[in-house]
Design a protein around this ligand. Structure first.
Ligand code: SAM
Length: 363
């Protein structure tokens, strides 16, 4: 194992090597995976005065631990689609593993995890009994392949809390589905009383739209600009009015008002320098969304931009309400479910910030 200070790694480490990191006075800070091509040079997987080598036993122990607690966790029941391994949150930076019924989808985002890929597959196959595992590339599709078994090129069906969704494991966004919105979808279902008109904005394959139908909403409209996602939406939630188009344009043109709205845009700030532009975009969206709300409507609003924290997001929503002359109550905060744990040593992992709002007075 190579060692070095926070800003200098001694020796000549190669991409994917394990390095021991020391503080300014030579004290041991911990152990991590080295990536000279990333802004984050070392992704830590152990803290404190440890020399523990992240060998095969380490990998097996961490994977087993991540799977074991989820298998019996009461908040993760009644779904066959869950995140089994959540990178830093499970002490395995650079590795995400999602289970969709009988298949796994892996996302590896560091050279060290790519080096471990084969061994990860050998561990996961017997532990999960999955029929196949698909390795999704981070940037290049050339790296995408089956890690073991076979994974169909066609969408597969999953069952989440009584809702059936078709999921495209090989080509869909993320690993095929937004597993991190499961609890918010359940809440959407509960809020969709029979005479409710629901609007799912940035709907992807209809996650919230189907939940609203399940809750008994009398009318559900979903807006999404991606054609493959729109097609799956139509398959997942027949009966929903599926609009293939741009959300800001829809909000400007369609004058209907709704009792229940999900506003779940893509990340507007992928880099720190995008934060101001992202805040303007969030504000603009809310200005318009508040014009589509009925008095007393519920609005579930999300930011999945790493660099826009919960506090900043709430300020942007508040300033939109003030400018629009709307009155809002915050009924709660929303975030990722427990299969996406947050490591206290990695607060940057809190990327999904949501608000449950009651629109007392719309714009
Ligand atoms: C965070 S995802 C939504 C996930 C979804 N709510 C779910 O639970 O499955 C954002 C979605 O917005 C779509 N999108 C991005 N820009 C858009 C735009 N201008 N108008 C409509 N949809 C857009 C993306 O294709 C993506 O499906």
């Amino acid at each position: 194992m190579l060692s070095g200070s926070v800003d200098h790694v001694e020796g000549d480490p190669e991409s994917g090597d394990v390095v021991r990191v020391e503080g300014a006075h030579g004290e041991r800070l911990g152990v991590g995976d080295y990536d000279p091509d990333s802004q984050i040079r070392v992704r830590m997987h152990g803290f404190g005065p440890t020399d523990a080598d992240p060998d095969e036993d380490w990998l097996l122990a961490r994977i087993e631990a991540a799977l074991a607690w989820r298998a019996t966790h009461p908040a993760l029941r009644d779904t066959d689609a869950i995140r089994l391994i959540h990178a830093e949150g499970d002490g395995l930076p650079g590795l995400s593993v999602d289970r969709y019924a009988d298949w796994l989808v892996l996302k590896l985002t560091t050279p060290a995890m790519w080096r471990r890929a084969q061994r990860i597959g050998e561990i996961l196959q017997p532990l999960t009994g999955a029929q196949g595992a698909w390795l999704r590339g981070d940037t290049s599709v050339q790296t995408e392949r089956a890690l073991f078994g076979s994974v169909a090129d066609e969408p597969v069906q999953i069952h989440e809390r009584g809702r059936a969704y078709w999921v495209d494991l090989r080509h869909g966004q993320k690993t095929g589905f937004y597993l991190d919105q499961r609890d918010a979808r359940d809440l959407f279902r509960r809020l969709a009383a029979p005479d409710v008109r629901a609007l799912d904005l940035f709907s992807f394959t209809g996650g919230f739209a189907l939940a609203a139908q399940q809750g008994g909403a009398r009318e559900v409209v979903a807006v999404e600009s991606s054609l493959p996602a729109h097609k799956l939406l139509c398959r997942n939630a027949p009966g929903v009015e599926a609009v293939l188009g741009d959300v800001p344009e829809f909000l400007r043109k369609d004058e209907r008002r709704f009792d229940l709205i999900a506003l779940d845009p893509p990340p507007f700030a992928r880099r720190k320098r995008d934060v101001s532009a992202a805040c303007r975009a969030y504000k603009d969206l809310h200005l318009w969304a508040l014009r589509r709300a009925q008095p007393g409507a519920h609005l579930l609003s999300f930011s999945c931009s790493h660099h826009v924290g919960a506090e900043l997001f709430a300020k942007v929503v508040l300033s939109a309400a003030l400018d629009a002359g709307a009155e809002l109550q915050v009924l709660g905060t929303l975030g990722a479910p427990p299969d996406h744990p947050l490591a206290l040593t990695h607060p940057q992992g809190a990327y999904l910030n949501g608000l449950l709002l009651r629109v007392v007075e719309p714009a």
